[in-house]
Design a protein around this ligand. Structure first.
Ligand code: SAH
Length: 362
């Protein structure tokens, strides 16, 4: 029998794994507590399993995780890990400590196929989807590095699927991993503290509503279709009206949970007062809030971030429409850990090369 990677199993499939072996399903509970609460991944150390069972499991159940290649720590305490997921590919995860919480930003794909014009992950093309083990493994490894296991108080209190990739294009693995983040035998986070951010994959939003309850963030970035078509190309398939309808359905399915609209502030592109009014009219009365993200520049992006006065004015206009609007703090920019700067290392470099040539970087 091929060994099974524990980190690819949901609670349900782990229970079936044990019943298929002729064992009691509660063995799943025991092993999950060892792994996700105690941080133990050596079967020999799981002392409440009989010696016979431990022998039986050796070789049948393995605990394969990404490999941490490097860690960088920012002046502000932000930590970024480069994790190898296979011979050719690496991804990045970022931990952002704040006074009242600790947020882990997790990747869902190696690279990204959506190619938003201002995103450095998009520039390197797409290699592959991450497995459930690659995704929950980022959370497990970050917890281990932060010294959480066996402790009472959580260090990672929130997880956001805002690293590399479009999570709704890797639906099964992302939702299975998020369920494990919420599972009491997993990391036990509440639905409010697990956030999925999407560029606007409308069918995925509807499917998510039917599958699991998490906080939803949507990368809007423009108040009208012609502009959004250029910044977030998936808008050509799912324009703003259909996106907002899906958001409304999602909120309704989840007892009116608010949607977070992300809006990257690009100087002279989407940051005028007219854009603010257009956005205000678009979202007025919507069950949501707005997160303004200062653009994080990277070489060859062709964009700059809005000035502070423009950003403040933009925010004030939105507040006048009764919209809760927050400007996201930029964290970890000294270690390239800020939003949209996660690049990892992706084999599919063809497009990146082509792009770099276009903008004159070699
Ligand atoms: N694919 C998902 C997750 C992407 S990353 C999504 O599109 O939502 C999370 C957020 O960072 C998104 O809102 C994304 O648009 C934004 N982002 C990407 N590049 C950025 C950059 N250079 N500066 C600021 N925000 C950026």
């Amino acid at each position: 029998m091929q060994p099974v990677n524990f980190f690819n199993l949901t609670q349900e499939t782990l229970r079936s794994f044990f019943t298929d072996l002729g064992e009691k399903p509660y063995r799943a509970t025991q092993v999950m507590k060892w792994v996700y609460h105690q941080g133990v991944i050596d079967i020999e150390l799981m002392t409440d399993l009989s010696k016979d069972l431990r022998n039986k499991l050796a070789g049948l159940l393995v605990f394969d995780l990404p490999i941490i290649e490097t860690e960088k720590i920012s002046n502000d305490g932000t930590r970024k890990w480069l994790m190898r997921v296979d011979e050719k590919n690496c991804i990045e995860s970022v931990f952002i400590p704040e006074t009242d919480r600790g947020t882990l930003c997790v990747s869902s794909q190696v690279g990204c196929p959506l190619d938003c014009s201002f995103c450095s992950t998009g520039k390197q093309g797409f290699s592959r989807n991450l497995s459930m083990a690659d995704i929950i493994g980022q959370v497990w490894l970050a917890n281990r590095e932060l010294g959480y296991f066996g402790q009472h108080n959580r260090i990672i209190t929130n997880v956001v699927m805002m690293g590399m990739g479009e999570p709704l294009l890797n639906f099964e693995n992302v939702t299975a991993a998020m369920d494990m983040m919420k599972d009491d035998l997993g990391f036990g986070l509440s639905t409010k503290r697990v956030t999925l951010s999407t560029a606007g994959v409308v069918p995925g939003i509807d499917r998510l509503a039917q599958t699991t309850r998490v906080s939803l963030a949507v990368s809007l970035h423009a108040p009208n279709n012609p502009l959004r078509d250029t910044l977030v190309p998936i808008n050509r398939s799912y324009p703003i009206e259909s996106l907002l309808e899906a958001c409304r359905r999602y909120s309704e399915t989840n007892q009116g949970d608010p949607i977070t609209f992300e809006y990257v502030m690009l100087a002279n592109i989407n940051d005028s007062q007219a854009h603010a009014h257009e956005l205000g009219r678009l979202l007025r009365g919507f069950p949501g809030k707005i997160n303004l993200i200062p653009f994080n520049p990277f070489p060859g992006s062709g964009y700059t971030c809005s000035s502070k006065p423009d950003l403040d004015r933009f925010r004030e206009i939105l507040m006048d429409y009764g919209l809760i609007t927050i400007t996201r703090k930029t964290r970890g920019d000294d270690i390239d850990a800020a939003c949209g700067q996660l690049v990892g290392q992706v084999v599919a470099k063809a497009r990146r090369h082509q792009l770099n040539t276009e903008v004159g970087i070699h």
